[in-house]
Write a protein that binds this ligand. Structure first.
Ligand code: HEC
Ligand code: HEC
Length: 235
């Protein structure tokens, strides 16, 4: 009897060990599949000439206005912090204008001529770009909602709406043209990144085309306005 019990004990132990081992192998296979996609994505990124206009290694390189003006596209080294992956994958196949004006210009309209990728390349490039992170964005800091305090900050207390497009209560387009459109911000941007960007703009955009709100807005109000902005386009 005792022997038998020990045998079944050993059997359960073996079974447990085996399932753990299989689980571990499964996880390994999954993570190397994601890595393979990111590696294929990096190759596709390079092969498609994306590096001509975008840099992908941090930290931020721009030190002067001249550095900023020499750039022909936005930096992507923290793309994984900034974007919502589903939006990114779709946008890469149909890259509709984000900035109403041409990049780095206040007078010329965005020509809307961004290169597009095939669906296959877009999927792997999106995996690659989502693997690029700054390491400073905390997740779960911003609760997305129709934040009333955030609305007052965005459209009254602070000049945000003077530079950014957004959508009014009746669906009407509102706001200014000099910054990227925020009308679809909720589909496009990670709410936690919006807050991190407001709190430490020097990490992401050391040369500022946008005013710095550190000292003007409390951390709490930055979270309120991030919450409000991240609600745009979600309902
Ligand atoms: C000739 C320069 C140029 C090339 C080449 C180029 N881009 Fe861009 N990219 C831009 C500009 C300019 C924008 C801003 C577009 C807008 O605001 O509508 C942009 C925006 C983006 C964005 C959104 C970034 C943001 O912060 O708004 C992503 C992602 C992106 N490009 C990926 C790519 C990929 C992938 C490729 C290669 C297939 C590529 N780009 C090739 C100039 C370029
Ligand atoms: C004077 C114009 C101006 C004002 C005022 C302004 N912004 Fe911006 N904003 C910009 C520009 C330009 C960018 C593009 C980044 C850059 O080049 O600095 C930007 C970028 C952003 C982004 C990132 C968008 C993206 O797709 O890259 C967010 C989010 C944002 N602003 C939110 C705000 C909020 C919230 C306020 C108010 C508290 C605000 N902005 C006030 C001009 C402005």
């Amino acid at each position: 009897m005792t022997l038998k019990r020990r045998d079944t004990n050993r059997e359960t132990k073996m079974k447990r060990l085996l399932t753990t081992a299989i689980g571990a192998v499964g996880l390994l296979a999954m993570s190397s599949a994601a890595q393979a996609d990111a590696a294929a994505g990096q190759a596709a990124f390079e092969a498609n000439g994306c590096l001509d206009c975008h840099y992908t290694e941090g930290p931020a390189r721009e030190k002067t206005i001249e550095d900023q003006l020499a750039k022909t596209g936005p930096e992507l080294w923290y793309a994984g912090d900034k974007f919502v992956q589903d939006w990114l994958t779709a946008w890469l196949t149909v890259p509709a204008p984000i900035r109403p004006m041409k990049f780095n210009s206040l007078t010329e309209e965005n020509p809307g001529d961004h290169p597009a990728l095939s669906a296959d390349d877009a999927a792997s490039v999106s995996d690659y770009l989502m693997s690029l992170t700054s390491g400073v964005v905390e997740s779960g800091t911003v609760k997305v909602k129709k934040n009333a305090k955030g609305r007052v900050i965005f459209s009254k207390k602070m000049p945000c709406s003077g530079c950014h497009q957004y959508t009014g209560r009746k669906g009407e387009p509102l706001g200014g043209n000099s910054g990227p459109s925020l009308a679809e911000a909720g589909k496009r941007l990670n709410p936690d990144w919006i807050l991190a960007y407001l709190k430490q703009p020097e990490t992401f955009k050391p040369v500022k085309m946008m005013p710095v709100f550190v000292g003007l807005l409390s951390d709490k109000d930055m979270a309120n306005v991030a919450s409000y902005v991240a609600y745009f386009g979600t309902k």
